[in-house]
Design a protein around this ligand. Structure first.
Ligand code: SIN
Length: 279
């Protein structure tokens, strides 16, 4: 019954284009094929879906309970849907640096389902990086060293009162308040709950330092890992089109929203699926 679902890998790292399925009307067997592609490739892309907000919500609920975003503005009618929006007059965007969402939560979200609503004429692509490949590409010695470490993650410096978005002015209005910021400690190398594979789990936006190390001591190794994890062969790049959908796994990938379309509006709708503790 899943024979019409086609999965085409995008490169050597994460990412696959999935076709032959209507996300709004798929059978259980088709959903299992889609979820299998999500598990195997870390991020999947489906074109020409044109989901309504209700269909977007129903799709997310097939993956798990929805995690309502505390920081992004919600789409007026649907609190489950967060707006990833940059107006023509804005200079800063949401997610314009390598990161994985929600690593500051005790139970980081599984991932997000992003739906294109309004796109610039050109630009506004999203990049993804493969954290399985990043871990597997390290020497056995460094893999063993990292295996014993945990890292502290926080969103205070991003969404807090003195955080980067507040300072940026035009994106600052999109973010809420200090009391909602949080901190969490996770293993630096996780065993992915779906795939059972080992993945690097630190990221440039939210990881502060290794547990029991100072920020200064952590910086050299983290800087090396961030450079290593974004080697071009570990990444893929998605060119958005009207009606396209991206479904990514926060535990297996990082992402980066390019900010190269100044003067044009870009609006995507994001629903995030709640996750579990990482080991
Ligand atoms: C994000 O969730 O970080 C935004 C991704 C995008 O706008 O492409």
């Amino acid at each position: 019954m899943n024979s019409t679902v086609a999965v085409r890998r995008m490169g050597g790292g994460c990412g696959a284009e999935v076709s032959g399925v209507d996300l709004a009307r798929m059978s259980d067997a088709e959903f299992e094929a889609v979820r299998g592609a999500f598990r195997d490739h870390g991020v999947i892309f489906l074109r020409d879906q044109r989901l309504t907000p209700e269909q977007h919500i129903a799709l997310a609920q097939r993956f798990g309970p929805i995690d309502i975003n505390k920081f992004f503005p919600a789409d007026g009618e649907y609190p489950e849907i967060a707006e990833v929006r940059k107006e023509a007059a804005q200079t800063t965007n949401i997610g314009g640096g390598w990161h994985t969402d929600h690593s500051y939560d005790q139970e980081p979200a599984i991932g997000s389902i992003l739906v294109a609503r309004e796109l610039p004429e050109s630009g506004g692509d999203t990049l993804f990086a493969d954290m399985y490949a990043a871990f597997e590409g390290l020497s056995p010695g460094l893999q063993r060293t990292l295996d014993g470490l945990r890292a502290v993650h926080s969103n205070h410096h991003v969404f807090g009162a003195a955080g980067v978005y507040k300072q940026q002015g035009d994106a600052g209005e999109l973010f809420r308040n200090e009391q909602l910021t949080s901190e969490a400690v996770h293993p630096v190398v996780i065993t992915h709950p779906l795939s059972g594979r080992r993945a690097l789990y630190v990221n440039p936006a939210f990881t502060l330092r290794f547990e029991d190390w100072s920020a200064e001591e952590s910086a050299a190794l983290l800087t090396f890992l961030y450079r290593h994890a974004t080697r071009p062969e570990y990444t893929c790049r998605f060119r958005w089109s009207e009606g396209a959908v991206a479904i990514w796994d926060n535990r297996a990938t990082w992402h980066y929203a390019l900010n190269d379309y100044h003067g044009q509006r870009r609006l995507l709708h994001r629903i995030t699926v709640a996750g579990c503790a990482l080991h």
